[in-house]
Design a protein around this ligand. Structure first.
Ligand code: FMN
Length: 336
């Protein structure tokens, strides 16, 4: 059952170490500017994404839905995102597409005003069975401003019940992207340049890179008993590298995969992202309460503000042009 699998994912992500072994964000050093350009309190974090105005360049990215615990988690996140004026994506809506009575575990977020609500479905399901009807259902279910379509072929390939058929996928995507606002999203293995070019030409409105540095779904599957997960634990494109190779395509980017704090958010902006997406780092707080999520996100926002201040920028846009140094393993990637 999908519901059980999703609950298992949540518990594993909460209790086990599911991070990739290297955090590539630590290889990005933003240069210090001795004399800041404006007062700390005058740093502006406002940003526009897909025509929506957010108070800070952050979304809590796709995690859950489809069972009782998930409803509470989505509600806690929604309340916090509404309070802070930032965005949120629900987890895969497949469970509710297949069982209507689970819809409220996602649609609960509609009770909270927020600037950006993103739906979520899987590309593997689109290849095999879903079409316009399901896309529309997912969008209407949460009144979404756009729909994330996740590409999780690493996870599908190593889990016993995985869906690994891709025949006909691109043609289907081209048709759907003409009609609906779709964001192509990875789930921890990063978006390649070739895929980025395809998504852009097909008419996707944004890319959510979710690369290597944070949650590894190979690791999650390993803890569910899939021994192949150990072999593929670190498979994929580093999140910051993914941003750098997609940057010149000039399509809005969400920097995600391993974002742990406001400094990482600033690093993502410096490398070309418009927003940063945070998932697992928020999960333990979302289990507790909306206040816990608010406190965590407020800290991240404060860290982001300080980083912008200390790098001599005055707002999110300027953060895209600050100087940085790339060292270590990320540098190796860029050399090849
Ligand atoms: C518990 C959990 C459930 C997730 N479920 C989904 C999902 O349903 N759909 C999706 O696109 N991504 C899903 N993801 C992936 C995240 O959205 C994100 O891309 C990935 O975890 C990397 O970000 P992180 O390092 O901040 O966790 C999930 C992540 C976690 C931790």
């Amino acid at each position: 059952m999908i519901e059980n699998r999703k609950l298992e994912h949540l518990n594993i992500c909460l209790e086990k170490n599911v991070r990739s072994h290297h955090n590539y964000w630590d290889d990005v050093i933003i240069k210090h500017e001795t004399i800041p350009s404006v007062d700390l309190e005058d740093i502006s974090l406002e940003v526009e994404f897909l025509g929506r105005k957010l108070n800070a360049p952050i979304i809590v990215d796709a995690m859950t839905g489809g069972h009782k615990v998930a409803k509470k988690i989505n509600e806690n996140i929604a309340k916090a995102c509404s309070e802070l004026g930032i965005g949120m994506a629900v987890g895969s809506q497949r469970a509710a597409i297949e069982k209507r009575e689970l819809e409220d575990t996602y649609s609960v977020i509609k009770n909270y005003e927020m600037p950006l609500r993103l739906g979520n479905l899987g590309a593997p399901q689109v290849t095999l069975e879903y079409g316009e009807v399901e896309i529309r259902k997912a969008i209407e279910m949460i009144d979404a401003h756009a729909l994330e379509l996740h590409f999780n072929y690493l996870q599908e390939a190593i889990q016993p019940e995985g869906e690994t058929v891709v025949k006909g996928l691109k043609e289907k995507l081209k048709k759907l992207a003409e009609k609906y606002k779709l964001i192509a999203k990875e789930t921890g293995a990063g978006i390649s340049r070739k895929a980025g070019e395809f998504f852009k030409s097909a008419g996707f409105v944004a890319l959510d890179v979710s690369g290597v540095s944070g949650t590894s779904f190979a690791a999650v599957e390993y803890y569910r008993g899939g021994e192949l997960g150990e072999t593929f634990w670190d498979w994929g494109i580093p999140s910051p590298y993914s941003l750098l190779i997609l940057r010149e395509l000039e399509i809005p980017l969400i920097g995600s995969g391993g974002i742990s704090n406001g400094l990482d958010v600033a690093r993502a902006l410096a490398l070309g992202a418009t927003l940063a997406g945070i998932s697992r780092e928020i999960l333990p707080y979302a289990f507790k309460s909306s206040d816990a999520v608010i406190n965590k996100l407020e800290r991240i926002v404060k860290e982001l503000k300080i980083t912008i201040f200390l790098s001599g920028a005055t707002n999110v846009k300027e953060m895209r042009n600050v100087s940085y140094v790339i060292r270590g393993e990320l540098r190796e990637w860029l050399k090849q």
